[in-house]
Each structure stands twice: as C-alpha cells, then as structure tokens.
Write a protein that binds this ligand. Sequence first.
Ligand SMILES: Nc1ncnc2c1ncn2[C@@H]1O[C@H](COP(=O)(O)OP(=O)(O)OP(=O)(O)O)[C@@H](O)[C@H]1O
Length: 225
Amino acid sequence: MDGGMMMSDIMFEHLTKTYPNGFISVDDVTLKIQDGEFVVFHGPSGCGKSTILRMIGGLEDITSGKIYLGDELLNDILPRDRKLAMAFQNYLLYKYLNVYENMALGLRLRDFPRNVIDSRVNTAAQFLGISDILHEKIKNISDAEKQRVALGRAIVCHPKVLLVDEDFAHQNDDRRHEMLSDILRINRELGVTVLYVTNDPEEALSLDSRIIFMRDGKIEEDRKA
Ligand SMILES: Nc1ncnc2c1ncn2[C@@H]1O[C@H](COP(=O)(O)OP(=O)(O)OP(=O)(O)O)[C@@H](O)[C@H]1O
C-alpha cells in the first residue's frame, strides 16, 4: 500500500471519453476523491459530467485512462461486480413487484442467503422510513416513495460509492430537497462516498460540499468544501 491511499478512495488517471464521431466528452481528467467524501459535479449541459458518472458505473466504455476504487482498477471489473450503486433518472423499479422484492433484487442476483437479504432490506427500509410500505406494489406507491425505494435498493448492497444523477429528482423542488437530505444521510451516517451530478448552480453551492466545476470535458475548478 502506498502511504496516503485509503481503501476506497476513487482515482481518475487521465480519464478520457471520445465518442465514435470524434467528439471528446471527457478530456484527460485526473482527480482523487477520498473515501467518504460528498462531491458535486457541476457544469453546463454537455460538459461531460454525466459521462464521468456513466464510466464509473460501467454504463459507458472508457476510451482511455484509468479509474480506481481503492486498489481495484474498475476498467477491468464488470459493472455488477463494482462496489457501487447508481440512482439515475429512471428508477428501474419493477411495477408489479412489491417494495421488498424490488429492494431485494440485487442481493438475490448475487445469491445472498435469505436471512441476510431479509435483515438488510428491513434495516434499509427503516433507515429510509418506508418499513410500512414493504408489501405494497410499486404501481400503488407515490413518486416520493419510489425515490426512497430506489435509494433503498442502492444501499442494501452496501456500496462504497453512490452515484446520483440530478435527473433522479427533477420533478419538483420538494422532492429534490427530500432526495438530497436522504442522500446526505446516506453519506454521513452510512459513510458512503457520494458523487452527485447537477447543472443547477444554486443547488451545487447550497450543498456546502466539494464542487468540481466542469467545462468542455475538463475540470475548470476544484473547490473544496
Ligand atoms: N453517443 C454519443 N456520440 C456523440 N456525442 C455524445 C454521445 N453521447 C453524449 N455525447 C455528447 O457528450 C457530451 C457530454 O455529455 P454528458 O451527458 O456527459 O453531458 P453533461 O455534462 O452531463 O450534460 P447534461 O446536463 O446535458 O447531461 C454532450 O455534448 C453530448 O452531446
């Protein structure tokens, strides 16, 4: 182990994304994020911030450069085996399954034993205040509840990192506010590193966190909290 490297720090080394049409969306970004940080990626539409998130999550190929999570090189790790969770625009909840089943899905796919699944789902539901709707079908719950279920599904896997795209809560200010306070609690109380993408400058500043300002695929400013 080299001196200052924590187990779950994130490191981008010369990270670059070039699309087939030649457009460079992320341009040689080098950056370190410490285990447990809450980091906001902010910049105008098209600056490449979502592309960075998608590359970490494995939804987009890395053209060149490296992403490490601790000492693991994510480039070589299948998305489902990365120790991270994503909360994007599309909640991807199964309408005809109930809340419990939706939250348990990722653990089932990874062959966790029943009692572990049960305990993790119950703990996460309690944390998010949705214990009373575990047996409701998704199609019968409110949008605010769906947002919590999506976060619940993310945290039951005990990720090191949570990736959140602003679109996750674009509907209205109240919902966005609730979502942000849930995510801040996940960061502070569970110690999960959070990477949050937003193009709303007020929101970016209000979070009182480290902000990475991006423009044209590059980091324009890295402002510490
Ligand atoms: N498949 C593709 N081929 C070419 N260019 C693409 C492709 N996908 C995305 N882009 C371009 O890459 C740039 C960065 O996209 P990205 O989604 O990361 O932007 P962003 O900063 O998150 O902005 P937004 O707030 O609009 O999502 C955009 O200009 C987009 O048009």
